[in-house]
Design a protein around this ligand. Structure first.
Ligand code: AMP
Ligand code: GLY
Length: 421
């Protein structure tokens, strides 16, 4: 099977690495890729914002399967374009990808499917803002209704700060989504969906804030671990049955079936799991942890999703270990990251590349905000954490920063679902 991966982050490096281990894969390409994917796959240029560019590459390279990593090409219709030229594609149609591309659409689908989520109101007129804010709080959740890479959200107990963020969005012409605040720890659950059948992967937790202890601004994700030792053992199956399956049925009923990966960002509240958001793709950096534990060959699995044959696929086989991923970010991230710094140690085992490129002289240099994802594994979460940080210590990138507390509170037994009130 010739497999083409679209994207250039740590998620795509993790996908390419797992695909490279599948004996059915005879050729692997990644476009546009990074210095890490270039070490295990052919590299091609592609304009990820242009569905036609992705479809043309799929035909030219004679791909048997295209795996689309990021949300931007999916929301633009890249999966539709690839399927139109007759190549099986892992990733939802543009219509189905609206579950991530429009928070208002996601809320509408959840309401129709009876799925628990925060109460929400859309405000598109500044004159209605204050009365809407008065119906929420004392913790306010203010979001941009659109793709904002996790950076368009402010969660605050300060009404003035909530109002100021909403006004900034409205001034820029973006509708604002106000939501009720969900208590409880967050979890990311990835589910494979082939239009009808749902197969959950291991639950993971992501660390969105830039600094230790959750300090500083939101990022794309600074680290992750899987599975969750503090969660109920049946969490994944429960969420698949009560949240994902009804949403998948609702999308099919509307004539826009979902095929690909459906990612539920959950709050595990005192009244049960509630949806914070859906994403139409694998999460980054959770994928780096989750795929490190998957023993089932990935190409056959993603091909089963792309061809609607997931129900006939064997049960997934998981390592009993834990995996911890620590992201090493460039100087300046999540603001303007400084590019071009030389990285040493990036060729070590367990190091996945996110924003890297190979310079003409052969040196690997930073070329993005999140530069590397360092994955450690072990028989306990504590051992996996130690393994990850041991690898981090062997890497050098001038001015870089990383969180030192990924999975720490879980190791210390300080994470749990709040008791029912
Ligand atoms: P989103 O872009 O919707 O994923 O939100 C980014 C982050 O904001 C989430 O990962 C949560 O940490 C936080 N957040 C979003 N919505 C809520 C909510 N309704 N209640 C509590 N926290 C939230
Ligand atoms: N890790 C968060 C995301 O991929 O959106």
């Amino acid at each position: 099977m010739r497999v083409l991966v679209i994207g250039s982050g740590g998620r795509e490096h993790a996908l390419a690495l797992a695909l490279s281990h599948d004996p059915r894969v005879t050729a692997l390409a990644c476009a546009p890729g990074n210095a890490g994917t270039a070490a295990l796959a052919e590299s091609y240029g592609v304009d990820v914002t242009s569905p036609a560019s992705t479809a043309a590459l799929a035909v030219e390279w004679e791909a048997d399967l295209v795996v689309i990593g990021p949300e931007v090409p999916l929301v633009a219709g890249a999966a539709d374009a690839v399927r139109t030229v007759g190549v099986p594609c892992f990733g939802p149609s543009a219509e189905a990808a609206r579950i991530e591309g429009s928070k208002a659409f996601a809320k509408e689908v959840m309401a129709a499917a009876g799925v628990p989520t925060a109460a929400a109101e859309i405000v598109d007129n500044p004159a209605r803002l204050d009365s809407a804010l008065s119906r929420f709080g004392p913790t306010w959740v203010v979001k941009d209704d659109g793709l904002a890479a996790g950076k368009g959200v402010v969660v605050t107990s300060d009404l003035a700060a909530a109002r100021a963020h909403a006004m900034t969005l409205l001034d820029d012409g973006h509708p604002v989504l106000l939501e009720s605040f969900l208590d409880g720890p967050e979890a990311s659950l990835f589910c494979l969906v082939d239009g009808t059948t749902v197969v959950p992967l291991l639950p993971a937790q992501d660390f969105k804030r830039v600094g230790d202890g959750g300090a500083g601004p939101n990022t794309g994700g600074m680290g992750a671990y899987a599975p969750l030792p503090w969660a109920a053992p049946d969490l994944a199956d429960e969420v698949a049955a009560t949240i994902i399956q009804p949403v998948v049925a609702e999308l099919a009923r509307r004539g826009t079936p979902y095929s690909g990966l459906l990612y539920a960002g959950l709050a595990l509240t005192s009244t049960g799991p509630q949806v914070i958001e859906f994403n139409c793709r694998f999460g980054d950096p959770e994928t780096q942890s989750v795929l490190a534990l998957l023993r089932t060959p990935l190409a056959g699995l993603l091909h089963a999703v792309a061809t609607g044959t997931l129900a006939a696929h064997p049960r997934l086989d998981w390592s009993p270990d834990f995996a911890v991923t620590v992201v090493i970010a460039a100087d300046g991230y999540p603001g303007r990251p400084r590019p071009g710094d030389v990285i040493t140690g990036s060729d070590l085992d367990g190091v996945l590349h996110s924003g890297t490129r190979r310079r003409d002289d052969g040196a690997i240099v930073s070329s993005g905000g999140r530069v590397l994802s360092v994955v450690g594994t072990g028989p306990t979460l504590s051992a996996a954490r130690d393994d990850a940080y041991r690898r981090v210590a062997a890497i050098h990138l001038a001015g870089s920063h990383h969180r030192t507390d990924i999975a720490l509170r879980a190791v210390q037994g300080q994470v749990g679902v709040p008791a029912t009130r």
